[in-house]
Each structure stands twice: as structure tokens, then as C-alpha cells.
Design a protein. Structure first.
Length: 166
């Protein structure tokens, strides 16, 4: 199964494509960020995110997608703009007909490190280990997106086992 993980944001939307092979190993296909310039009007930034995501979907044709939920932020205007980016991401995924899992930052940390309050460094080291990467995943937004994809794959695997046992 190939999963596209997304860490939404208006300046940088992180993405990561991770495949779960038949033998149970995780394989990194691609990761990076879709960037927008802060000088651009919001509608142009959202269009850039949408177009970049559509291109990724057409190129890689993932089976499922996973998106990090918006967590409460002290800066309301930042929370609103991230929410707008998240909406554009969800729209593109829905148009592609993909099943979408949504996970809180704590759920992602728990799934990847076993500790729901893990810091960025711990997360990056675990993502590096789980994906057999030579170096830490960079930038942070791409690392977070990879972690979201891994969380989804772990959750899907667990749900599959539960269904088999039922």
C-alpha cells in the first residue's frame, strides 16, 4: 500500500510518500515541501498548494492519504491560514477519490515513537530509522509528513489485524 502523508501549511506544505511492502517493511518513495511566497495573496498560495498536490497525486497514484489535524495555536490568524491550506488538501484528496486518515500530532508521535509528547529530534530519528534513511529527513515539514504516512500505515495494519480476528 502506498500512502501520501501531508503536513499542511500555507508557507510550506510537507508531503511524504511511503509504501508498506508485502514483507512489512516501510519504503520511502519521495518527500519534500510545496512552498508559497508570503508576499502572494492567499488565494494564489492556496492554488499553488492545490496544483502541487494534484501533480503529486497524478504522478504517484497513492492508494490512501493521511493528513495531520490542525491543533490549537495561540495565533488565531496562523490557525486560520493553516486551516485554509488543510481544506485545500482535503479537497484535492477527495477529488482523487482517496480514503483519508486524519491524525492529531499526539497520535502521530505515539505511532512513530511510542511516546505522544516526543520532540522533533526524536521524531526525525525514528522516521530515519523506520525508513532506513542515511540521514535525518529534512526539512521539518517533510519529516512530519513522513511521520503522518507512517502513522497511517501502522493504523491500517492494526485495523486489518482486528478485522482478521473478528
Amino acid at each position: 500500500m502506498l500512502v501520501l502523508g501531508i503536513d499542511p501549511g500555507t508557507a510550506r506544505t510537507g508531503y511524504g510518500l511511503v509504501r508498506l511492502d508485502l514483507d512489512g517493511t516501510l519504503e520511502l518513495l519521495e518527500c519534500g515541501v510545496l512552498t508559497t511566497a508570503s508576499k502572494q495573496p492567499m488565494h494564489s498560495r492556496l492554488l499553488r498548494i492545490y496544483q502541487g498536490l494534484r501533480k503529486l497525486l497524478e504522478t504517484y497514484k497513492p492508494d490512501e492519504a493521511a493528513v495531520e489535524n490542525l491543533f490549537f495555536q495561540k495565533n488565531v490568524s496562523t490557525a486560520i491560514s493553516v486551516g485554509q491550506a488543510r481544506g485545500v488538501v482535503l479537497l484535492a484528496l477527495a477529488q482523487a477519490g482517496l480514503p483519508v486518515g486524519e491524525y492529531s500530532p499526539q497520535d502521530v508521535k505515539q505511532a512513530v515513537t511510542g511516546y505522544g509528547a516526543a520532540d522533533k529530534g526524536q521524531m526525525q530519528r525514528m522516521v530515519q530509522t523506520l525508513l532506513s534513511m542515511d540521514s535525518l529527513p529534512k526539512p521539518d515539514d517533510a519529516a512530519d509528513a513522513l511521520a503522518v504516512a507512517i502513522c497511517h500505515l501502522h493504523s491500517a495494519r492494526t485495523l486489518g489485524r482486528l478485522r482478521e480476528g473478528a
